[in-house]
Ligand binder design. Structure first.
Ligand code: WTA
Length: 659
């Protein structure tokens, strides 16, 4: 697995800042940005953000072009407004404006879970489906500003549903199809959706996912839902409730294909996406229209160096922000051909990604480190038996990519031809903030490298002091960029508190990072109580509260621990109620319980029975210690003298789960 012609010259696990991969001249020659252009853009955006972003606004279509560009303030109440006097429609900028020039170009290639199935949808066809669906939503009473929850698998209908909402000015809230009925219900209740869009069933890795059944269970607890619009994916027989449930294909066939796009203000909401934080329930990150669309288009074009006619594939699910910005809005705004993949990387075998790359002649491929690590374990033959000659650019997102996985991706998958863009960003940021540009940036395996134009990263220490030069600290952003989330839906104070109160005047990301002597950023991971499991964000508090709701559990504490494939795994310490015996059966029951409460992505990887949890005298759980025990770093547990009962720690160390 060691690099074949570019030996790192030292242990890969001991990579230093010195391992540099030069920009490839053939990429730089035709790229949207080479090093000089990147530098000039960065300086221009810093010197005069108003002028720079006024110019960039032209990349999308406006009904009334904006004259007021940036109006943002990270202090006080925190106000973030971009392009505030402009009007537009996100669906029109993704579809209508392409019709004249590329109406017959394929907008979406859908690749099914079953390798024998795929579908190609042109811009013209997509436009027609979106318009019809928008009319169906109108007929169900959906109006501008209403919320619509979307709970769909990876089918074309998911993109159609999002764009249909955008077309009529409704705010979509997409909920990942792997979430449980309870999680879905919580997200519907929080934003008060009136319509839920789902499917009969989903397909994944040869199995079926009972979406409609889950949706029915959720809707039972959601009195605001008036209608459920049901896509036909598997054709499975599912119960339809008369008066409430509507079969999408029939409704669409009866609907008019003519639906004028609603004129929206740039700061009108486009979507809500729920994301986990360190405390409480997931929050509804609210993104608005103008700035988000400019950011999606700008970053998709520059980071992936998207060139007209190229086939672009992001393997994410539309249930996450990566799917929103880099499967739907960014690529479609840029008139790209974007792939939607229904399946999983290892079905029918571990060569699936590369088989699909060859089948559709994919040029740009964007996936997550967890998938790369999982495939790396299966051996190179699954990769090398496919040609991959169409590949030009490779991307990574979701969690830090370890240098070993980076090098394997670069050497084996990309045959050293393809620059890797390791893109750092968050649900909150709307799009990529720190990433190489393929034709501009020298690469270092494991580093997200440099900020995009308009992004002002800052490292601060625990006291909020700004660190200069090479340093390690908490990653903040000093000023707003157009794609930033505007508020937490229905709770602006929570927004201010969560992101702007730790270091007043700065946006705090929740991530730690190191900056090397070249100014390159190396993201070290979350510094709060959020864990990142296979690139999925999970609040430890959510898993704890799911465990604590089990009748036999007295208390639970959850931490992340290093996991070879998932990046981080979920490690739960569980204290049972008085008189309850810890058994293997109960352990399994608790894992199943969490799966049912939240979804399979929240399944604990390890459960350790804890007679008691280490707490300070004031009753605060010492997570630092629990994290170390879970990571099997029991040598330097640090100061335990502030604990109410230091003996608890020894007991936990002795009984560590998983050895
Ligand atoms: C992590 C996903 C290192 C980070 C787009 C961030 C990364 C969280 C990277 C956001 C990367 C994402 N390198 N860490 N390239 N990309 N992260 O909201 O901890 O699902 O705060 O957005 O993922 O996760 P989210």
């Amino acid at each position: 697995m060691r690099g074949r012609s570019e030996p790192p010259g030292q242990e890969e696990t001991d990579m230093t800042d010195q391992h540099v991969i030069e920009v490839r001249p053939e990429i730089a020659a035709r790229a949207h940005a080479d090093a000089a252009r990147y530098g000039a853009m960065y300086e221009a955006a810093k010197r005069d953000p108003q002028a720079f972003w006024a110019e960039q606004a032209r990349r999308i279509s406006w009904m009334r072009p904006p004259t007021r560009i940036k109006n943002t303030d990270f202090t006080g109440d925190v106000t973030i407004r971009w392009y505030e006097d402009g009007t537009l429609n996100a669906a029109a900028t993704c579809l209508d404006r392409h019709l004249a020039e590329r109406g017959d170009q394929v907008a979406i290639i859908w690749e099914g879970d079953d390798p024998g199935t795929s579908r190609r949808v042109t811009y013209r066809e997509l436009h027609a489906e979106v318009c019809r669906t928008a009319n169906v939503l109108k007929s169900l009473g959906v109006k501008r500003g209403d919320r619509v929850t979307i709970y769909l698998p990876m089918v074309v209908e998911a993109a159609v549903a999002m764009l249909a909402c955008a077309r009529i000015g409704a705010i979509h809230s997409v909920v990942f199809g792997g979430f449980s009925p309870d999680s879905l219900a919580g997200r519907i209740q929080d934003c008060g959706s009136t319509v839920l869009i789902t499917a009969d069933e989903g397909r994944r890795g040869g199995k079926r996912v009972p979406l409609k059944t889950n949706a029915d269970a959720a809707v039972a607890a959601c009195p605001t839902i008036r209608h459920v619009l049901v896509a036909r994916v598997t054709g499975g027989d599912v119960p339809m409730q008369a008066g409430r449930d509507v079969a999408w294909p029939e409704a669409m066939a009866a609907a008019s294909p003519d639906c004028p796009a609603e004129e929206m203000g740039a700061e009108d909401p486009l979507f809500i996406l729920y994301t986990s934080g360190s405390t409480g329930k997931p929050k509804g990150a609210l993104h608005t229209t103008g700035g988000y669309m400019v950011w999606a288009s700008f970053t998709h074009q520059y980071v992936f160096d998207y060139q007209p006619g190229e086939i672009y594939w992001c393997t994410a699910d539309v249930g996450w922000v990566t799917g929103h910005t880099y499967i739907v809005y960014g690529p479609l705004a840029n008139g790209a051909t974007t792939i939607m993949f229904e399946g999983v990387p290892n079905y029918p075998d571990a060569g699936r990604f590369w088989q699909v790359v060859d089948k559709h002649a994919v040029n740009i491929f964007y996936t997550a480190p967890t998938a790369i690590r999982a495939l790396m374990r299966e051996g190179d033959a699954h990769v090398t038996k496919h040609s991959r000659k169409s590949l030009r650019i490779l991307g990574s997102v979701g969690e830090p990519i370890n240098p070993e996985a980076w090098l394997w991706y670069h050497h084996v998958v990309g045959e050293q031809r393809c620059p890797i863009v390791d893109t750092w960003w968050q649900t909150e940021t709307g799009g990529i903030l720190i990433s190489p540009l393929p034709g501009a940036t020298r690469l270092k395996p494991g580093s997200a490298t440099l900020p995009l134009p308009g992004v002002m990263p800052l490292l601060v220490d625990a006291d909020g002091k700004t660190l200069e030069g090479a340093a390690e600290g908490n990653l903040c952003i000093a000023d707003s960029w157009p794609g930033q989330m505007r508020t937490v839906f229905g709770d602006h104070e929570r927004f201010r508190q969560t992101y702007f109160s730790t270091y007043p005047g700065l946006y705090f990301t929740g991530d730690g990072a190191r900056r090397d002597a070249d100014g390159y950023y190396w993201i070290t991971g979350r510094v709060d109580d959020v864990i990142n499991v296979s690139g999925h964000r999970m609040g430890t508090a959510e898993v704890e509260s799911a465990l604590a709701s089990h009748p036999k559990v007295a208390e639970a504490a959850v931490v992340g621990f290093p996991h070879d494939v998932k990046g981080q795994g979920i490690y739960a310490y569980v204290t049972l109620k008085e008189g309850i015996e810890p058994t293997e059966a109960l352990r399994k029951e608790l894992v199943a319980w969490v799966r049912r409460e939240i979804g399979p992505i929240a399944s604990p990887d390890a459960i350790q029975w804890a007679p008691a949890l280490p707490k300070t005298r004031s009753g605060k759980i010492m997570r630092r210690i629990l994290r170390k025990i879970a990571a099997n770093e029991t040598e330097g547990l640090g100061d335990t003298s502030t604990l109410a009962d230091p003996a608890v720690v020894e007991q936990l160390v002795e009984n560590r789960a998983g050895g």
